[in-house]
Write a protein that binds this ligand. Structure first.
Ligand code: B12
Length: 222
């Protein structure tokens, strides 16, 4: 059982989606995350073990390598695809409640901003680390974040902004969320924002990369 979980972690780390996927070249012709996850479930490995001891181990390594500039966006996207292939087999267990995730993370790019590449990387990395992710997309208004958060008590909100002109909207959204529920945790990120801005607008956490937000969520969940 440990062997197949290690193989699945490897597939996520190196972006091996399925047997026919030519990437990475040194794993050509080998089973990928898709086939191995099905085999593991058939052999009786639980969805939780698959997520926590397989997929998440691989995704954590991806997050660290990305933070250290050892891999780049294309490799992260391949890893995310490998993870999604595996998650397709696990989702039914999580959505019917027979298996549990670590928490709910609601993410969106703030009102007025259409950039979503960084947000999508954060979503994938957080999902790969065991959280349910509700992605509200781009150009998201405060009311939408608040309405979604009220459906998921204990959820954490993530805001992304790539334009200096949408930073004031980020501030407006954080303030609206906090006015409605001061205990709601809000994380922010995106190229123009920093720790100083985070402190100024009253958000709970700023991280320059997806791994940072995973670590913040893990701390809250522990
Ligand atoms: C791709 C791109 C676009 C694409 C977006 C496509 C898409 N689906 O996202 C398109 C062409 C649509 C676009 C449009 C515009 N863009 Co543009 N765009 C870019 C570009 C080239 C790359 C951005 C990107 O994806 N980076 C890669 C990702 C991985 O990085 P990231 O987003 O920073 O995310 C990382 C971290 O910041 C962090 N992160 C991100 N979000 C979050 C959230 C949380 C919670 C956490 C913890 C972390 C986190 O994690 C990510 C991974 O490490 C940048 C320039 C650049 N090189 O950065 C300009 C740039 C952002 N754009 C810019 C501009 C001006 C525009 C336009 C106004 C252009 C125009 N005149 O129409 C429009 C605005 C449209 C709108 N309303 O949003 C400017 C912004 C300048 C400024 N200071 O505000 C930039 C900097 C270009 C420039 N040098 O002028 N753009």
């Amino acid at each position: 059982m440990n062997e197949i979980l290690a193989e699945i972690a490897n597939c996520v780390e190196f972006g091996k989606i399925n047997k026919v996927s030519p990437f990475p070249p040194n794993m050509k012709g080998m089973d990928g995350a898709d086939e191995l996850t099905q085999q593991a479930l058939a052999a009786g490995v639980t969805p939780e073990d698959l997520l926590m001891k397989g997929l998440m181990i691989g995704m954590e390594k991806v997050g660290i390598k990305f933070r250290e500039n050892k891999i780049f966006v294309p490799q992260v996207l391949m890893s995310a695809k490998a993870m999604s292939a595996a998650m397709n087999h696990l989702k039914p267990f999580f959505s019917d409640g027979s298996a549990k995730r670590k928490g709910v993370f609601i993410i969106g790019t703030v009102e007025g901003d259409l950039h979503d590449i960084g947000k999508n990387l954060v979503s994938m990395m957080v999902e790969g680390n065991g959280y349910e992710v509700i992605d509200l997309g781009t150009d998201v208004k405060a009311e939408h974040f608040i309405a979604e958060a009220s459906k998921h008590p204990g959820s954490v909100i993530g805001l992304s902004a790539l334009l200096t002109t949408t930073m004031p909207n980020m501030e407006k959204i954080v303030k609206a969320i906090k006015a409605q529920d001061p205990s709601k945790k809000v994380c922010i990120g995106g190229a123009p924002v920093n720790q100083e801005f985070c402190d100024k607008i009253g958000a709970d956490s700023y991280n320059p990369d997806p791994q940072g937000v995973v670590e913040f969520l893990n701390k809250l969940a522990s």
